[in-house]
Design a protein around this ligand. Structure first.
Ligand code: SF4
Length: 358
């Protein structure tokens, strides 16, 4: 080890010891906590923050995936009222989180639909490390009982970071996977401008303020007739960072549209981006999709909108693209602000995926 590394290690140990000492002194003689403008309760000291039970084996609350599908169908067909989601524990079952052969698994049984198992981590040590880094729960939610009454899913802590508003379930693509089942559910669900204003007004007015960023999503948000006005209104009522999760087609089609979006106040696009080259994007069934992405990136950059590439990783489809995407971002530092890798989620179009394919 180089001498500088020993110095760094020594400094880290000293800093850790000083931090622990200050924390214990603070605990016995604490200064009053600060109450920010956006909250009516003071912020918590680190030692006041609670934690859920971590580690394993442990029991946790979970859902039966089949009960969830059945409940939704019964609400949509009118057999049950949507209020059951608030008043009853629809689909809720207990699950065990266990370690098995160095991996972490969630194991659960539904009285109606049988046994389910899902791998949570391929490396138990890594998950232990991640759980150890959890800083504790944030400030209690307050003054939002009417707005956030979601039954047992009601948010209890924290101030949140991003408000996601799905403007429409229409899309100009037909991907598999699609987290939303855009275009295929048999009905159009699209917010009116009054709906959008109500959501934005409600979210910005409560304390502690949960959202300072808003992300318009869908389907494809840019084909909503209210896309530009929604951006403009968000900025007007005080959202600092207005974003759109998009496949980029509308932005590739028109520089003028990019200019209008930037002028309305669009700060970031979360651009669907599965790999480098048309082949790496071919699973989305559009032959020249990479060319489209490149044109969208250039048009948006020219208009002054920041670009975050969002890669949905699917094993066996595009997991070999991680390195090339990172290299692409490094080669284009002025155009690409961030990268975001996310695993494919089995919702929407892939909700009923077979065990084997999963
Ligand atoms: S994944 Fe995105 S782009 Fe593809 S169909 Fe769904 S909403 Fe549209």
């Amino acid at each position: 080890m180089r001498p500088i590394k020993h110095v760094e290690k020594g400094l880290t140990l000293v800093a850790g010891a000083v931090h622990c000492t200050i924390q214990s002194v603070n605990k016995y003689k604490p200064n009053p906590s600060f109450t920010p403008k956006w909250s009516e309760k003071p912020l918590l000291k680190s030692w006041q923050k609670s934690k859920p039970t971590l580690g394993w084996p442990r029991t946790t609350d979970s859902l039966c995936p089949n009960c969830v599908i059945e409940a939704r169908e019964s609400i949509l067909s009118g057999k049950q009222d949507v209020s059951v989601l608030i008043n009853e524990k629809v689909g809720e079952i207990k699950a065990q989180i266990i370690e098995r052969d160095g991996e972490i698994w969630m194991v659960k049984d539904c009285a109606m639909h049988g046994h389910f198992e899902d791998m949570m981590a391929i490396d138990a040590k890594f998950l232990t490390h991640i759980e150890k880094m959890f800083p504790g729960r944030d400030i209690d939610a307050h003054n939002d009982e009417k707005l956030h009454n979601h039954g047992t899913s009601t948010i209890k802590y924290g101030r949140g970071a991003v408000l996601t508003v799905d403007l429409t379930n229409r899309c100009n693509m037909m991907c598999d996977p699609c987290f939303m089942d855009a275009n295929q559910v048999g009905f159009v669900h699209e917010l009116s401008m009054d709906d959008i204003k109500e959501i934005l007004d409600n979210a910005i007015s409560i304390k502690p303020r949960r959202q300072m960023s808003v992300q318009f999503s869908g389907g494809e948000p840019s084909i909503s007739p209210h896309f530009l006005e929604s951006i403009r209104y968000s900025r007007k009522v005080g959202y600092n960072s207005v974003q759109a999760a998009t496949n980029g087609i509308e932005f590739a089609k028109s520089k003028e549209f990019c200019r209008q979006a930037a002028e309305a106040g669009l700060r970031y696009v979360y651009l669907q981006f599965d790999g480098i080259g048309n082949d790496a994007n071919s699973h989305r069934q559009v032959g020249n999709l990479f060319d489209v992405k490149m044109r969208a990136i250039n048009n948006l950059h020219e208009a002054g909108v920041e670009i975050v590439l969002v890669t949905t990783l699917v094993n066996g489809i595009n997991n070999d693209q991680v390195g090339s995407i990172i290299r692409f971002a490094l080669d284009n530092p002025k155009k690409i602000a961030f990268l975001s890798f996310q695993p494919v989620s089995f919702t929407g179009r892939d909700e009923e995926i077979t065990e084997q394919r999963r």
